[in-house]
Write a protein that binds this ligand. Structure first.
Ligand code: FAD
Length: 354
């Protein structure tokens, strides 16, 4: 007897915020959706990501504001020190409709979303078996190593910067910089931060952030270019004191005792050559990856999931332009972002010509 075959309208690969929100919204709309969650060996680190007030409006629209608020702390802005000696107070959150943003606990948000949905399959492995313009056959090994075939009309890449499905479909990505992030969790040390978050530049192409995760723990993240000749120092926590010695705030947030694990992450701006391709559609970081200075990743995950749900609903009602419309909307957002980033970094990026 061959492997069991399941049929679905939408198969989502990836259980980050984008995949889970899309799955949640589709199921609320009555659309048949399966989500594949790779639980083993994954490091979905809590990063205490900040959501600006504009994102709360999106969450309200998809009826998830309460769920997010219950797993978050309110925040009223952030502080930064880019040039000169002054620490700038960015408290514009207060002027918005909500008057606050959210610092979320992504692990708790994800767990809560999972509890609201069904049809989530824990897997070890997923591969595209065959694909036509209108459907895909996916071969899956679940977490008990049992084989499954899933036949789906739409296949969603929600695997973040890995772009696992897009890569299997041979879709290349375009990268606009080579920023890397190095982060570690340390016991709370140094000054109290007014908004629990501060950014400080420490050399021509390197900056760092300190972010309160909870009452006792802080996340310190350092960002730099892959080409930085001192890159090996970023990978070793015991070198951070030296790297940060010229900073005003960051150096005080490094505990004097202890050696902490440093996690490396890609943090560059990139986009796939095709955000949608026949019956494949990407969301979240897989669709548009912003660099962390934009503080835009989770907002983008929520926005793309919301827009994708709308396009999928129309696509399944035979409006085949809807996926193209989704892609074009995202390209125009990314073009605008690149031109803003260009100004911000005073760099000369080439605009996407799509
Ligand atoms: C240091 C740092 C700080 C950040 N700070 C902020 C911030 O303050 N505000 C903000 O908005 N954003 C921030 N971000 C960005 C934000 O975390 C991401 O943009 C967001 O989590 C992306 O969500 P996603 O669902 O698209 O992808 P992800 O969260 O990457 O989820 C992808 C999922 O796919 C799964 N997966 C991968 N490969 C496979 C496979 N082959 N099969 C099945 N599953 C697979 C992974 O295990 C993961 O669960 C930060 C990022 C970093 C690195």
């Amino acid at each position: 007897m061959g492997p069991e075959t399941l049929h679905t309208d939408t198969l989502i690969v990836g259980n980050g915020v984008s995949g889970l929100i899309l799955h949640y919204v589709l199921q609320r709309k009555g659309i048949n959706s399966i989500l594949l969650s790779k639980s083993k060996n994954q490091q979905n680190l809590p990063l205490a990501e900040t959501l600006p007030p504009s994102t709360l409006e999106l969450l309200e629209e998809i009826k998830l504001l309460r769920l997010f608020e219950s797993k978050a702390k309110k925040t009223y802005g952030y502080q930064s020190k880019w040039v000169g000696t002054n620490i700038i107070d960015e408290s514009f959150f207060l002027k918005s409709k909500f008057g606050y943003g959210l610092k979320i606990d992504k692990k708790k948000v994800s767990q809560s979303l999972k509890e609201q949905c069904n049809q989530i399959i824990e897997i070890n492995e997923v591969n595209i078996d065959s694909r036509t313009k209108w459907s895909s056959n996916i071969f899956v090994k679940n977490n008990e190593n049992k084989s499954l075939n899933i036949h789906t009309s739409l296949l969603i890449d929600a695997t973040g910067r890995k772009r696992y499905i897009l890569k299997q479909a041979k879709i290349k990505e375009i990268s606009y910089d080579d920023t890397l992030a190095f982060l570690c969790y340390v016991p709370k040390t140094g000054p109290n931060l007014k908004y629990g978050f501060l950014t400080e530049v420490f050399s021509k192409n390197s900056w760092g952030t300190v972010s309160d995760l909870n009452e006792t723990t802080r996340i310190i993240s350092l960002y730099t270019s892959k080409e930085n000749k001192q890159i090996s120092l970023f990978k070793q926590y015991n070198q951070w004191k030296n790297l940060l010695h010229k900073t005003d705030v960051l150096k005080h947030c490094i505990p004097k005792q202890g050696n902490f694990k440093v996690y490396g992450r890609q943090a560059n701006s990139s986009i796939p050559e095709k955000i949608t391709h026949n019956n494949i559609l990407s969301i979240g970081d897989a669709a548009l990856a912003f660099d962390p200075i934009a503080s835009h990743g989770v907002s983008n995950a929520i926005y793309t999931a919301k827009e994708a749900a709308y396009s999928i609903e129309n696509y399944l009602a035979n409006d085949h332009r809807s996926l193209v419309n989704y892609e074009q909307k995202l390209y125009s957002i990314f073009n605008e972002y690149i031109s803003q980033k260009e100004k911000l970094y005073e760099m000369n990026f080439h605009k996407l010509t799509k």
